[in-house]
Design a binder for this molecule. Sequence first.
Ligand code: ADP
Length: 606
Amino acid sequence: MKSQPSGPGPESVSRDPVAAGAGTEPPPRPLRALTAPVRGRLTVAVGLQAVAALAGVVPFIAVSEIADRLTATAPADGDDLWPPVVLACAAGLVALVCGTAAGALAHVADNDLQLALRRRLARHIGRLPLGRLTERGTGEVKQAVQDDVSALHTLFAHTLLDVVAVLTAPALALAYLFTVDWRLALVGVVPLALGVFLFGRAMAGAATQMAEFGAALGRISAAAVEFATGIAVFKSFGRGRKAHERFVAATEGFADFFSRWVRTTLVSSTAAVLVVAPAVVLLLLSVAGAVFVTQGWTTGAALVPFLLLGPAVAAPMGVVGPRIQQIRAGQAAAVRVTELLHAPTLPEPAHPAVPDGHHVRLRGVSFSYDGRTDVLSDVDLDLAPGTVTALVGPSGSGKSTLASLLPRFHDVTAGTVALGGVDLRDIPATELYRRVGFVLQDVRLLRASVADNIRLGRPEATDEEVERCARAARIHDRVMALPEGYATELGTAVTLSGGEAQRLSIARALLADAPVLVLDEATAYADPHSEALIQDALSALAAGRTLLVVAHRLSTVRSADRIVVLEDGRVTEQGRHDELIAARGRYATLWDAQSSADDVREGSAR
Ligand code: ADP
């Protein structure tokens, strides 16, 4: 079953980080890069929207022309009025058609972009090291796939066209007003200029304030999480008030900051909104227009376009705030999505090979999460097929990290982990996961039926096989007590306890039938009955397999074929229980400490 004579040794493998799938540098302008595939359609949509906005101004100009002709010294007859009427109707129609087409095109382009982005994200996330996903949890993925893609939708399907419309229409209106009466047009520009000035003042220092705003919100959510997770502990020690003190302090801090910010910008931002308000602009133009007409500087008919179009000139200022906010949100979303898309993926095998047997061999393995401090240093370890190896050691000594290297949650920083003589990095993912299974403390159950949850590793398994594994994992009786037995949906009406979920995941691993298993033993079981059931389930799992157990309780490792003691990421002792006790080394000390702790617990339980 081997495609290569023997697995390459550590030195013989040359690993090119780029070919191997290391992350590439994100492009300098993420927004541009992301939209490249739909840029053509977006450009056409922008063009159509500009035409629509410009055409939308034309009927107002036509009405002004009609007013002008009707009030001329030689009043126009009906035939003279037709051309502007026809022009107004035609322009209105063009505005409607182009505006609708622009909106539709932008939405279609955006739809394709969303689909393509979500597919790219899903493909990429599927190739990320599992360790990365458990580290950051599902939050980052949900943010990118859902929230960030939605922010980009708002930007491309709505904000972009809005911005085009609010910039082009006033430009044409202003240009026309200058041709009618440049002095009155200058008056019409005053609110816009004032609005820009006041808005600029209100936004002064906005970048720092926004950063502080984000930080203050971050403090609130951190305090909220702390509050929610720690409340039980605080309450059980009779300090319920203490639990929410930090949360209250964070919210008060935020309220103080926010009211200070609002106070300093309130006057200028309110004034900015006021001066560009249509009623204010209309009032200004009416008064100025009346003066101009009474002084004989202009005609009454010339006032019409100012009253119709004047308010539109300053209007963009009124919507600039929310649009800037949407553009910033879109840019930030593009940065996050791009970063995720460029996160290093698990390198594809340079020389794909299939393992020969299930002997696991670690040689000179070092690993570092941050590239600076080694969490594991120079670990050599052999897991012979069909044996149980227990990893013990103080908390933080690197047990879980070492175990996570076998299912390739991370790749080693130095050295090799080989299965059946082949470096894990040369084993295609599907081949690896057929051979290496894992049961972790943090059991993930899907929102699916119990049977489907068990079937995850082998979807084609029959109902009988599912039940056989559930019985072996001591979860069958519990499943039968559920409202719809194996068809019961998990996560909605029914939630399993920690111990039950663990047994379900053991049933899942039994069915998947991987010959090598990594097991992170749960630290706390709800009750002795549940613990006994889990121990039974684990024995069923261990039969005939190569098992690596991260053992948090020494009582469960007594019968292991080999116990490996880790300290500060190094193997300091290994052997069988009796040998290690006789050696009176580190294991013996740990054993004594835990035995006396267990005695105390049992004593107090009596
Ligand atoms: P153990 O299982 O023996 O308690 P771990 O393997 O969980 O130890 O942790 C070993 C060291 O690695 C600890 O110092 C821990 O803080 C660090 N560590 C564990 N997981 C991560 C991670 N995802 N990112 C960075 N450091 C980590």
